[in-house]
Design a protein around this ligand. Structure first.
Ligand code: NDP
Length: 397
């Protein structure tokens, strides 16, 4: 039995604490801390109703390292699960260094004033984490996260050589709102509006945002149009899959979503630089976030499924081979189980499985690590029972 500190009481934080509560043999005591205590308390109430367990709650500003350090010293957890926003990553890693605590997150650090995600800031902590004898597991969500583990599984068990990887993310669900994002709107819109980028023949290729698309037949959903985006797991997978020739990331969007986004961009609502308004400075994207539905509230009445996987091509025993490794997740079922839509669920469950790997010392090494640097099998053995069953399908070339 272990004691964990979960930071961030949003859509993903809700799933994380429900799933930890379902597994008392590993997660003996749980403290949920976030900027707004009331959100932690509301989640604790549903955890009690649905899982029959009490969890502790408190308020913390994760950008204030001294406050987090004091909280850690007081609660004495064995692991910090960071499901606040990417802006908090470095502050929370600093607090872990100061207190000798292991760390896990689901999204890489982003500075507030530049929409750019890169691992360099967190990889720069490698030696300090090694020296302190503590571990950081980066990107233990679905993508990044499970997609990295699918690639590691293919690399170590299914292929002799991997030539190409296409990560395909489809949300085939309907939340009934004209426009909403499925995770934090600010982070989501920053991700989608930046240039597309993929890696081919040893170099990065940059293209205008949403300028390449393809139709893919997603298991459980059907044919959908997917757009090429840059996504953070590409950066680490390029380092950790030997012989890779090309890797790309694709995400589906409906026409209505794209039209809304285009209009919002055209009128300047997605800007992240401060503008003067009525004598005060506001950041348009932060203001837009305040108007949009809270992703944690989308679950009620959400129908349809997500279907996310890795299409991997290469050679095995002298033959060409292509497989799609994927999970399908149903919004209504996840809502019934933990009061969350499937995008939060597919992120929160892998965070809890990653935490279990660390607490049970199955994945345990000092330093800062990405998911594909560990043995995929024990993680995948737990992923299905934890709520995300996965399949490997031969995929015609
Ligand atoms: P939400 O916006 O719903 O929740 C974020 C939570 O963090 C809120 O409760 C917020 O508090 C809290 N928070 C923000 N700033 C601070 C702070 N300074 N101190 C303490 N708490 C803070 O986001 P999601 O739950 O949708 O997403 C959580 C994380 O998961 C994000 O980093 C996102 O990028 C990542 N993610 C990863 C995915 C993957 O597959 N790898 C997919 C989807 C999301 P408050 O309520 O007061 O605003």
């Amino acid at each position: 039995m272990h004691r964990v500190l979960v930071i961030g009481a949003g859509g993903v934080g809700n799933v994380v604490v429900h799933k930890c509560a379902q597994n008392p043999e590993v997660f003996g005591e749980i403290l949920l801390a976030s900027r707004t205590r009331a959100r932690c308390d509301a989640i604790a109430k549903t955890v009690k109703e649905l899982q029959g367990r009490d969890i502790a709650t408190t308020a913390v500003d994760a950008d204030d390292v001294a406050s987090t350090v004091a909280l850690i010293r007081d609660y004495q957890p064995e692991l910090l699960i960071n499901v606040a926003l990417p802006y908090q990553d470095l502050h929370l890693m600093d607090a872990c260094l100061e207190t000798g605590l292991d760390y896990l997150d689901t999204a890489n650090y982003e500075p507030r004033d530049v929409a750019k995600f890169e691992y360099k800031w967190q990889w720069a902590y490698r030696e300090r984490f090694e020296r302190a004898g503590i571990m950081a597991l980066l990107g233990s969500g679905f993508d990044p996260g499970v997609t990295n583990v699918f690639c590691a599984y293919a690399r170590d068990n299914l292929f002799d050589e991997i030539h190409t990887v296409d990560i395909l993310d489809c949300n085939g669900g309907d939340h009934g709102h004209p426009f909403a994002t499925n995770f934090n709107p600010e982070i989501n819109i920053r991700e989608i509006t930046q240039n597309g980028r993929y890696w081919e023949n040893g170099q990065w290729v940059e293209i205008p945002a949403m300028s390449q698309q393809m139709v893919f037949d997603f298991p459980g959903v059907g044919e959908r149009k997917a757009y090429l985006l840059y996504h953070e797991e590409l950066e680490s997978l390029v380092e950790h899959i030997p012989g890779l020739r090309r890797i790309r990331f694709w995400m589906t969007f409906g026409e209505a979503y794209i039209t809304h986004l285009r209009v919002l961009q055209n009128v300047g609502m997605t800007r992240i630089d401060p503008v003067e308004f009525n004598g005060q400075k506001i950041i348009p994207l932060e203001f837009l976030k305040a108007l949009l539905p809270d992703p944690a509230s989308l679950g009620t009445g959400y129908t349809g499924k997500t279907s996310i996987g890795c299409l991997i091509e290469g050679r095995k025993d002298g033959q060409s081979k292509r497989v799609f490794i994927y999970n399908i997740c149903d919004h209504a079922e996840t809502f019934k189980e933990v009061r969350a839509q499937a995008v939060s669920y597919t992120t929160g469950v892998p965070a809890v499985v990653g935490a279990e790997m660390m607490l049970r010392q199955i994945w345990k090494r000092s330093g800062v690590w990405n998911m594909e640097q560990f043995d995929a099998k024990p993680f995948l053995e737990r992923l299905g029972p934890a709520g995300l069953p996965w399949q490997v399908a031969d995929w015609p070339t």
